[in-house]
Design a protein around this ligand. Structure first.
Ligand code: P6P
Length: 340
């Protein structure tokens, strides 16, 4: 029977059955995330009608002015996840410290790091935004309630992720998920209020002629990236002997979804503006989950000098350079970093 048309609820249960020793904790957590994403999709779609557009009067830990929806969607994620007993703690782009599970609720064995509304600057101009999440196992000592999880418990490499996913709120609401055995895309059918499998085993083409980068930063890039983009722009008149197309949505979820569906290379490289911070995008709840998904779809995800999922995190809001997408194109950029 074709998997297309299967509900995400059925898909999650069937994935659980592949692991006979599973307790159902991960399935429960994923269903909680699905419910949160449905609520966020509703809020994003109605933000203009119910006055949720525009900026709030506060800043997040990143020093960025928060949109009203940044705060609201963060609360939606916390309120859907903190009481169900599947998590030991949470980390959010919008909150500096880790979010403990209130004492009145049971703790579970997982940790989650999320960006509740990535690309939120696009909300007011009606472009795609999204929710990104990464699920890790909580080290045993904290799960039995001996101590509250600390930031150190989150300091796990991307290779330790149990599951990663994102929900893109665009022309359609799509939830993309990997649990380590392929990438699956689900479309939200609003008539029945369920995510339906529409994109089984998503695979990134190994080659591409489409790059995504914020060209306004060109003067700040390092030589390997300068060389790569210059060759793309020269097209058939240059060493690549083929023309390239460019896209930049300023929403990582939209860019990664496009790469998953038709290939491409997405780059937010190190630039001299961000050298002290280490990059623009955040490791724990942007780069790592997206890297897990991209690698599971046959792509590559690197800083230019290191596989992103091999990075040993040092803090929850750590930033890294990101170069991800079609295998052969990312390999070329990495080779330029090795020789420059
Ligand atoms: P810029 C959104 O704020 C984000 O974190 C990513 O989703 C996106 O790819 C990038 O930053 C956009 O950055 O500098 O082009 O606004």
């Amino acid at each position: 029977m074709s998997d297309i048309g299967k509900s995400i609820t059925q898909f999650i249960i069937e994935q659980q059955r592949i692991h006979p020793d599973s307790t159902g904790d991960l399935s429960g957590l994923l269903n909680d995330i699905v419910s949160a994403c449905k609520k966020i999709s509703h809020l994003v779609n109605r933000s203009g009608i119910i006055g949720l557009g525009g900026a709030s009067d506060s800043e997040n830990v990143q020093g960025e002015v928060q949109k009203k929806l940044d705060i609201i969607t963060n609360d939606v994620m916390v309120e859907h996840l903190n009481w169900t007993g599947h998590l030991a703690a949470m980390a959010s782009e919008e909150i500096e410290e880790i979010i403990q599970i209130p004492d009145q609720f049971p703790k579970g064995k997982y940790l989650i790091a999320f960006d509740p509304l990535d690309g939120s600057s696009n909300i007011d101009v009606n472009l795609s935004v999204g929710t990104i999440f990464s699920i890790l196992r909580c080290p045993e000592t904290e799960v039995d309630g001996v101590t509250e999880p600390t930031i150190d418990d989150f300091m796990q490499k991307g290779t330790e992720q149990v599951c990663a996913g994102f929900c893109v709120y665009g022309p359609s609401t799509m939830l993309v998920l990997t649990m380590g055995n392929g990438v699956y895309g689900f479309s939200l059918d609003r008539d029945v209020g369920e995510f339906i499998l529409t994109h089984p085993r998503m695979t990134i083409p190994e080659d591409t002629a489409e790059f995504a980068i914020n060209m306004s930063n060109q003067r700040f890039w390092e030589p390997p990236v300068q060389r790569y983009i210059s060759e793309c722009i020269k097209g058939v008149d240059g060493s690549r002997e083929k023309n390239f197309n460019m896209r930049w949505v300023a929403s990582m979820v939209a860019e990664v979804y496009r790469v998953l569906t038709r290939g491409g290379i997405f780059m937010y490289p190190l630039d001299i503006k961000s050298t002290t911070e280490g990059g623009k995008l955040r490791l724990m709840y942007e780069a790592n989950p997206m890297s897990f998904i991209v690698e599971q779809a046959g792509g590559v995800s690197s800083t230019g000098r290191q596989r992103i999922m091999d990075i040993q995190p040092e803090n929850v809001h750590q930033r890294v350079p990101v170069i991800l997408g079609s295998k052969n194109e990312v390999a070329r950029v990495v080779s330029y970093h090795e020789t420059n």
